[in-house]
Design a binder for this molecule. Structure first.
Ligand SMILES: Cc1ncc(COP(=O)(O)O)c(C=O)c1O
Length: 405
């Protein structure tokens, strides 16, 4: 065999240079600390199954049965009929009255990818929130589409800043992303805000991508308001899925609900279906859990919400009582996004915090934020004792490194 004399590096595409996934990038720092024999308190990954949350047994049974019944081949590209029917039923419960199409995907991650890919041409853009869930900017990067991010306003409970959206609109803007409840801020859009975004979408002929993956994890008792229920005429794809509400992030099941004037969404929907066919199908046996999940007992949600409310309250109390920290109280999902008043970047803050106190949170710059501000994202899924220990460590770190201003 000829010896390899010179290795030629295979370069990754340069359009990936700006793909960041801060949540997982921090893992290298955590590995360093773990190798030194410390265990890290993980307040960084939004997977409830890492903590004291269990998948409802009846949906596990449904998948097991599907596998035993031989549902192990490819599924129809848009999803199995009984799942599509159940998601249509869910759309009715969300008061979405103009449903034009429903399709099942491998997690909301794939819905995001397909829906953006089916929309934007080179030279066009879509408006994404800042801060955002990093998948949106990663998909845009992958497509070679420049980021056009609008601010969420911390002084207005993280509502989208309409004036900034107006400023950022270009003749080439095709759509706008809402994340509601929001990751990383835990905020909820008000009805009035949804109406204003709808008005803007009408005026500028935009499609709205409303990511509602956390719609059943509302912590203050108010009903969640689906964008599409407020604006039945506006072209919209509502993103939903099983990962968070039904505690199965590893199953990779999500969906899109297309709504709006039929004529307005027809061609776009056909484009989405071309991509759905090209990737064959979403996971097949797992789709058999969609109907039992959406139509069966919802008891687990009572328990999940109770735990999350208690952990949110503990988190908020800590933020309010800690020098240099302030936080808009989260109302949904399981994230808090406190602001920190420190004289260095939040990335340094987070990395040093892992090294010195073995607590892992994610820096605000990993999600995007207004220049001159610093934040970090907390995942408040762990039990109260773990959270209390982590918060004591963070407070001590702040005091030691910056002093109690
Ligand atoms: C706002 C948001 N959208 C989408 C996703 C991806 O979800 P899925 O597991 O369905 O791919 C997440 C996951 O954390 C998220 O926070």
């Amino acid at each position: 065999m000829t010896p390899i004399s010179q290795a030629h590096e295979i370069a990754a595409a340069s359009r990936l240079d700006h793909v960041r996934y801060a949540i997982r990038d921090l893992a290298c720092v955590a590995d360093e600390v773990t190798q030194q024999g410390h265990s890290v308190l993980p307040l960084n990954v939004g997977d409830p199954l890492n903590f004291d949350f269990q998948t409802p047994p009846h949906i596990i049974e449904a998948v097991y049965k599907a596998m035993r019944d031989g549902k192990n081949g490819y599924a129809p590209s848009p999803g199995i009929p009984e799942a599509i029917e159940a998601i249509r039923g869910e759309a009715v419960r969300k008061e979405i009255t103009t449903v034009r199409d429903v399709f099942v995907t491998s997690g909301v991650s794939e819905t995001v990818d397909l829906c953006i890919s089916a929309l934007v041409n080179p030279g066009e853009d879509i408006l994404t929130p800042k801060p955002d869930y990093p998948l949106y900017s990663a998909v845009l990067c992958k497509l070679g589409i420049g980021l056009n991010a609008y601010d969420l306003n911390e002084d207005d409970a993280w509502q989208p800043e309409l004036a900034d959206i107006e400023r950022k609109l270009t003749p080439h803007t095709r759509g706008i992303v809402l994340i509601n409840p929001n990751n990383p801020t835990g905020s909820l859009c008000t009805r009035q805000m949804l109406e204003q975004v709808a008005e803007l979408a009408r005026r500028h002929n935009l499609i709205v991508f409303s990511d509602e993956i956390y719609d059943k994890l509302i912590l203050d008792g108010t009903p969640h308001i689906a964008f599409a229920s407020v604006a039945p005429d506006v072209p919209c794809v509502t993103f939903g899925g099983m990962s968070k509400n039904y505690l199965v992030p590893g199953w990779r099941i999500g969906w899109g609900i297309v709504s709006g004037e039929a004529a307005a969404v027809k061609t776009y929907t056909e484009g989405v279906h071309r991509l759905l066919r090209a990737r064959l199908c979403a996971n097949h046996p797992e789709q058999y859990a969609i109907r039992p999940a959406l139509e069966g007992p919802q008891d687990h949600l009572v328990e999940v919400q109770r735990k999350l409310r208690s952990r949110r309250d503990l988190t908020q109390k800590w933020c309010e009582g800690t020098p240099r920290v302030s936080c808009v109280a989260p109302r949904g999902a399981f994230y808090a996004y406190p602001r920190i008043d420190i004289p260095e970047s939040d990335e340094v803050f987070v990395k040093e915090l892992i090294r010195q106190k073995h607590v892992m949170v994610v820096h605000g710059s990993g999600f995007g934020q207004k220049p001159g501000t610093q934040h970090f994202r907390i995942v408040f899924l762990p039990q109260e004792a773990t959270l209390a220990k982590a918060y004591a460590g963070i407070a001590e770190f702040i005091r030691e490194r910056y002093g109690n201003a």
